[in-house]
Design a protein around this ligand. Structure first.
Ligand SMILES: [Zn+2]
Ligand SMILES: [Zn+2]
Length: 109
C-alpha cells in the first residue's frame, strides 16, 4: 500500500498531452471521448464531452463549429483509482488540471 497523495488542484500541466479520441453519436448527441494517461498520477482516464446542442442545428455539429477547433481542452483528471485523498465532494481524479490536445492536433486518426 502506497500512501495517499495530497489532493492538489494547482494547474501544473499546461502542455497538451495527446489522448486517444473516439467519436460517436448516441441518441442524436455527439459524443467525444478522450482517453489517455494523466501526466500527474499516471492513471488511464477518460474525459467525455457531449455536444448535443450542436447536433440539432442545421449543418450539424461539425458544420457549425468545425469541430472543437485546434484549441486544447482543459480538464481535471478523471481517473478512478483510489490513490488520492480527495475532498468528500470529489468522486474521481487526482486533482491535477491537465490539458488535452484537440483531436485536430494530431491526436486522432
Ligand atoms: Zn491524475
Ligand atoms: Zn490517478
Amino acid at each position: 500500500m502506497s500512501p495517499l497523495n495530497p489532493y492538489d488542484t494547482v494547474p501544473h500541466h499546461t502542455t497538451p498531452v495527446v489522448f486517444q479520441w473516439t467519436h460517436a453519436v448516441s441518441e442524436g448527441r455527439e459524443l467525444h471521448e478522450a482517453t489517455g494517461v494523466c501526466p500527474e498520477c499516471g492513471c488511464v482516464m477518460t474525459k467525455r464531452y457531449t455536444t448535443g446542442q450542436y447536433a440539432q442545428t442545421k449543418g450539424g455539429f461539425l458544420g457549425r463549429r468545425k469541430g472543437p477547433g485546434p484549441r486544447p481542452f482543459s480538464t481535471l483528471c478523471q481517473c478512478t483509482s483510489l490513490h488520492t485523498d480527495r475532498p468528500e465532494d470529489v468522486q474521481v481524479g487526482c486533482g491535477a488540471r491537465i490539458t488535452i490536445a484537440s483531436w485536430l492536433d494530431g491526436a486522432s486518426q
